[in-house]
Design a protein around this ligand. Sequence first.
Ligand SMILES: *Cc1c(COP(=O)(O)O)cnc(C)c1O
Length: 239
Amino acid sequence: MSTIFVNLQAVNQRIAAAAQAAARPVSAVTLIAVSKTFPAAAVLEAVAAGQQVFGENYLQEALDKQLAVNARLGSAGAAALSWHFIGPIQSNKTRAIAEHFDWVHSVDRLKIAERLAQQRPAARGPLNVLIQVNISGEASKSGVAPGETLALALAISALPGLRLRGLMAVPEPSDDPAGQARPLAALRQLAESLRAKGLPCEHLSMGMSADLEVAVAEGATMVRIGSAIFGARHDAMAP
Ligand SMILES: *Cc1c(COP(=O)(O)O)cnc(C)c1O
């Protein structure tokens, strides 16, 4: 059995245990395997182990990998996969993202959302969008300020070609569970306040290898897991 197979089993068990502890159905949490910096062969190993949802941060790397993976799987196999873009978005990259991804987690400006909406091919149906929120208020981080999220969500929900689904955050790392929980709870509360205004924010993309359990306890519907599945990243590009 490959390491990726064993790691995926372990991560799925962590998700199941965390969901059970939180009295949430395990089906309420989608595992996104973050394959950035790992080759197409690693994605294919994960696919062989049953994983179908992948997250990527770097556009060119992701496009090359998708081509290689799709060529190996054939069109039926390729169609079963779903690709989530989770990295920072430059405006000259929006067209390829709109054409080659099913979800985007990292929309934090209206200009980017407008370009994605215009460039989404009609045949692919609306692009699923999460708004990235700078929930820890870090100066250098991407993400919209919590107080500006409602206005951005209202604007995005009016754009054809996009389907607003919820919020995403990459909180400041913390070693203690209370410090991990605080920003995750804040993101959940922000999504609840948007839902109360009628906005479709049923999804919470939060939780990575180190804080998966806390994120599931705080209501994550999507966890983005890289190193716990594929191993440590050695690439200088990795954040
Ligand atoms: C790399 C990355 C992840 C995965 O992080 P791990 O700690 O390797 O699980 C999740 N989300 C984003 C936005 C990332 O860039």
